[in-house]
Every structure is written in structure tokens, then in C-alpha cells.
Design a protein around this ligand. Structure first.
Ligand code: C5P
Length: 227
């Protein structure tokens, strides 16, 4: 069977990673969560004091980029690959609301994007890959055989993210999660370098009122039609 590239883009908390992982498991493809890579770089910047509530020293982060190595490893065959920052598993740390607050400003830096896009292209060069993010169909794999653009209302997305954080045991207020979702939407779609856009040829799916199973079957069929 022919192997293809599947690009899934969309606003934050549209359920991209859940669908992408299910699809990759079903097709026996590699799954790459590119948001995790931007989050890991952000965690590095926070730990080194390059970014805080008070300031963001992007020059220091750019200078430190050669010291940042990212990799993925699956804890077992059934699980999602977890992200490693310089050999340390940071999967849990990168999912906090604090990292979510700083990640979009970090992702506006062209040097950061260039480094991560290069690694993403390398990871997907053999095809047989499902990659999710904001610029996969527009920049990383503009020739992907299947491009999906997921969307849902900001309130619905914030509700999903809030429930995830509460389930993890994080103490967060719904309004803060909603504000963060809206703030990231704004920064991600208005930045100069690789703004979040529906790619040429992408199929848009609004999943505000759709359950996971229906969504999965629609996207799986679209993939099968191209294999
Ligand atoms: O997908 P996730 O919500 O984890 O992504 C976190 C942030 O990383 C996004 O809000 C966006 O600022 C950035 N990002 C990006 N390009 C990607 C993936 C994520 O700019 N391909």
C-alpha cells in the first residue's frame, strides 16, 4: 500500500493530537506532535530565565538554540510518543497552563521555527507520517496528500482543555483557560512567520458538535481514498 503524508492543522485544543494519534495507529504510521516541540523549547526558555511574566529575551533563546536537542520516544507500542528535552522526559511539564502562556510568543521567533521545521521535515521524509500543528500543510509539508484543518468554537475548545487539566490534577480557573485559548489563537494567526492558516487544498472540519468516533471515520476515509 502506498504511504502518504497527512497534515493536521488547526487552532489550539481542537483535538488534533487525539485524532492524529488514532489515525497513525490505525494506518501504522509515525505520529509527530509538533506542538510538543514548541512547548519543550518554551520550557527550556523558562528554566533558563529567558522568558517570564515580566520579560522575554529572545536573543538569549536564539543564542541557546544549538544547545537544545529534542527527541521522541514511545513508552510502549500503544502509547503516544513522549517528548525529550536534552535527554530528559518533559512530557508532563510541557502541558501546564504556564507553558501554554509562553509558547505562542516563543513560536513567533523565526530562528526557533527554522530549527523545528527542519527536524520535522527530516522526521517525515519517508512518508507514512501523521503530523499535527499550525503550519504543517502550509510550510512543513505543503505537498501532503491529505491536509485537514480542524476548528471548533473557542468555548468548546477551552472546555476540553479545562477538563484535561483538571483531570491531571492542575488547579486552574476556566476563565484563565479560555483567555489562554483566545490569546494563542490571536498570536498564532497574526504572527509574521508561518501564521496559522487553512492550507491550500486543506479540508476544513468543524468538530464543535462532533464526537471523536465520527470525526475519526471521516478522516480515515479521506486518507483511505488517497492511499
Ligand atoms: O498544539 P499545541 O497547542 O500543543 O501547540 C502549542 C503552541 O505551539 C501553539 O499555540 C503555537 O503557538 C505553537 N505551534 C506552532 N507551530 C506548530 C505547532 C505548534 O507555532 N506547528
Amino acid at each position: 500500500m502506498k504511504k502518504i503524508t497527512i497534515a493536521i492543522d488547526g487552532f489550539s485544543s481542537t483535538g488534533k493530537s487525539t485524532i492524529a494519534k488514532q489515525l497513525a495507529d490505525w494506518l501504522e504510521y509515525i505520529y509527530v506532535d509538533t506542538g510538543a516541540m514548541y512547548r519543550a523549547v518554551t520550557l527550556y526558555a523558562m528554566r533558563h530565565g529567558f522568558i517570564s511574566e515580566a520579560s522575554f529575551d529572545s536573543d538569549k533563546l536564539i543564542a541557546a538554540l544549538p544547545n537544545i536537542t529534542l527527541s521522541f520516544k514511545k513508552p510502549d507500542v500503544f502509547s503516544k510518543a513522549e517528548v525529550y528535552l536534552n535527554g530528559e522526559n518533559v512530557e508532563k511539564e510541557i502541558r501546564t497552563l504556564e507553558v501554554s502562556t509562553f509558547v505562542s510568543p516563543v513560536a513567533t521567533i523565526p530562528e526557533v521555527r527554522r530549527k523545528l521545521v527542519e527536524q520535522q521535515k527530516e522526521m517525515g521524509k519517508g512518508k507514512g507520517v501523521v503530523m499535527d500543528g499550525r503550519d504543517i500543510g502550509t510550510v512543513v509539508f505543503p505537498d501532503a496528500e491529505l491536509k485537514i484543518f480542524l476548528n471548533a468554537s473557542a468555548e468548546e475548545r477551552a472546555k476540553r482543555r479545562f477538563n484535561e487539566l483538571i483531570q491531571r490534577g492542575d488547579q486552574v480557573a476556566f476563565q484563565d483557560v479560555l483567555d489562554n485559548v483566545k490569546e494563542r489563537d490571536h498570536i498564532d494567526s497574526t504572527r509574521e512567520d508561518s501564521p496559522l492558516r487553512k492550507a491550500k487544498g486543506a479540508i476544513e472540519i468543524d468538530n464543535s458538535e462532533m464526537n471523536l468516533e465520527d470525526q475519526f471515520h471521516i478522516i480515515l476515509q479521506l486518507a483511505k481514498d488517497r492511499i
